[in-house]
Design a protein around this ligand. Sequence first.
Ligand code: INI
Length: 156
Amino acid sequence: MEALPVIEGEISARGRKVAIVAARFNDFIVSSLLKGATAAWLERGGPVEDLLIARVPGAFELPVVARKLASSGRWDAVVALGCVIRGDTPHFDYVAGECARGLNLVSLETGVPVVFGVLTVETVEQALERAATTAGNKGGESMETALEMAGLLARL
Ligand code: INI
């Protein structure tokens, strides 16, 4: 049978430039996501000088900085990292919802992949599970998604 014309992005950081924007709110979780993301970048062959990390106060501030980075033309992808815990706030839905909506809008507006590496969870325990240092780190997964998307968009 003839091979089907499937096209995919390679998960490689070689020749790529990626910006991370990370919230400081719930830093005990976000710092683990950041470690996961930077480790994935280095594992995939990315040089330190082609990675930028910008910090913002909270998840609500991620979209505006992601927009500045994505529209600069300097970055192949933007990874947004944060952690919104429902138990912490009655305005969970606003913070998490507007963050997700804003990041998606930036991606669609600019054509630059903006990866949603923001944990939206009910409890601290759930957040810790998803920010594990061993397996299942959402930061590392988000970086891999960013690299795959950058690779795919470069091929289309
Ligand atoms: N920001 C977060 O990143 N996570 C949260 O859980 C959170 N809570 O619980 O309120 C949070 N709030 C701050 C928000 O992102 C903004 O920084 C703030 O409202 C100023 O705009």
